[in-house]
Design a protein around this ligand. Structure first.
Ligand SMILES: Cc1cc2nc3c(=O)[nH]c(=O)nc-3n(C[C@H](O)[C@H](O)[C@H](O)COP(=O)(O)OP(=O)(O)OC[C@H]3O[C@@H](n4cnc5c(N)ncnc54)[C@H](O)[C@@H]3O)c2cc1C
Length: 393
């Protein structure tokens, strides 16, 4: 594996850097913690869509950039370094690729351009109260009646469904066969009568996830992706993309830089924290882990450039990536010490928060990041996949 960049690739890096430098300042808010409205979430998406850079991983015929994997790597690295807002994955990285891989021509024409432009916001209707890790046991039922399915059931943990125009769902169309063989992949307009969204407030106080109820919801058969009862195949394809995307190597590299800045500013016994053996060792250990993960990611990208798509190996990226993300938020809390505490006391109040600016979000980020080892399939489940599908145990 050659990890040096060619002069052309360095020129591409410069192009990305100047685009970011010119366009990021146009956004009022860049951090997800500041986003309050749907438009806040979509600001960066719309700028990239205008430039034609919103879906670098899509085939060019559907609106991709035609970049090779190295260019995509450079683009991600530079975007994270410049702290560009992360794009929501539900349309671009989840249902979009399912539609262009398994959908029919009408579905491609109808949905893909609207995902690219940001006109349609998608959410993911996989998990149910009794079906998370054991996803194949899902019970939301779809019964065919003429040219519609009638859907009844409940989804849960549905991220940002409160803004969604569409939901992609796994539903049970045949309860009498092996679980995996009776599942269908349906697309539903969130405005359809019978769909109700109820908020779930997460540890840091944000309205990030929801319950979504289906009460006799009519979904046209034309909104079924692929074949009836073959949804498990499309569902697994989507999960591999989801897990690879969670690794977040480039963003963790930026987070380590930030942690080092904090550890330079904070002192203990009159000494910068970064100069203490204990804290610098913790940073170094995390940096080594991240470096190993980066090379694992580069290996999967090298394979991808030869036409081999990531498979169950994406579980390794997911586990290590999320462990590092969580560790980094722990180290920030440790570095800022008592200044992390006011978050809890003053959350939601309009009071002066003592301590440096970087301490304000420390506890919130720490609490929020506990989710990372659960979503996208918990890390215990990923270890099971590695044992079975990668190691053949
Ligand atoms: C913030 C957040 C956002 C999410 N967003 C979405 C979304 O948008 N759409 C969506 O569909 N889902 C979403 N999820 C759901 C997520 O995919 C599930 O929470 C996850 O798959 C775990 O399922 P569960 O919560 O039902 O836990 P359970 O499956 O009940 O698991 C409970 C615990 O038992 C462990 N466990 C279970 N089975 C095994 C086993 N066989 N071996 C070892 N350990 C096991 C798990 O690791 C876990 O620690 C989100 C979750 C979170 C936290």
């Amino acid at each position: 594996m050659d990890v040096t960049f060619t002069p052309e690739e360095e020129a591409f890096r410069k192009e990305v850097q100047s685009f970011l430098a010119e366009n990021l300042p146009k956004l009022g808010k860049t951090s997800r913690r500041e986003f309050e409205t749907k438009e806040d979430f979509l600001g960066w998406h719309r700028i990239l869509a205008k430039k034609g850079w919103v879906a670098p991983h899509w085939p060019t015929q559907y609106g991709g950039t035609g970049w090779n994997v190295t260019q995509r790597y450079i683009y991600n690295e530079e975007s994270a370094r410049a702290e560009a807002p992360a794009l929501l994955p539900f349309g671009l990285s989840m249902v979009g690729p399912v539609i262009f891989t398994y959908g029919n021509e009408e579905q491609k024409k109808k949905f893909l351009p609207r995902i690219l432009s940001g006109e349609d916001w998608w959410c993911q209707g996989y998990s149910e109260p009794g079906a998370g890790s054991d996803l194949a046991s899902l019970k939301t039922r779809a019964v065919r009646e003429g040219d519609h399915y009638i859907v009844n059931g409940q989804k849960t943990w549905t991220t940002l469904a409160q803004y969604a125009d569409w939901i992609f769902c796994l539903v049970r169309t045949n309860p009498d066969v092996k679980q995996q063989e009776g599942i269908t992949f349906l697309l539903s307009d969130m405005k359809t009568p019978g769909i109700t969204v109820k908020p779930i407030i997460v540890l840091d106080g944000a309205h990030e996830v929801n319950e979504v109820f289906f009460d006799n919801v009519k979904v046209p058969v034309e909104n079924r992706v692929g074949e009836e009862n073959k949804g498990w195949t499309y569902a697994k394809f989507l999960l591999v993309n989801e897990r690879s995307g969670i690794a977040g190597v480039a963003r963790s590299k930026k987070a380590i830089e930030r942690l080092k800045e904090i550890a330079r500013a904070e002192t203990t016994d009159g000494k910068p924290l970064i100069a203490t053996d204990e804290f610098s060792r913790k940073i170094a250990e995390t940096e080594v882990e991240l470096s190993a993960l980066e090379y694992t990611e580069l290996r999967t990208l090298a394979q991808e450039s030869k036409g081999q798509m990531a498979g169950p190996e994406s579980s390794i990226l997911k586990i290590k990536g999320t462990e590092i993300q969580q560790r980094l938020t722990e180290l920030v809390v440790e570095a800022v010490g008592y200044y992390a505490y006011p978050y809890d006391r003053f959350f939601g109040e309009n009071e002066y928060v003592p301590g440096p600016d970087y301490a304000e979000a420390a506890a919130g980020n720490y609490f929020n990041m506990r989710k990372a080892s659960i979503y996208g399939g918990s890390n215990e489940i990923q270890r099971g996949i590695i044992a079975k599908a990668v190691l053949g145990l």
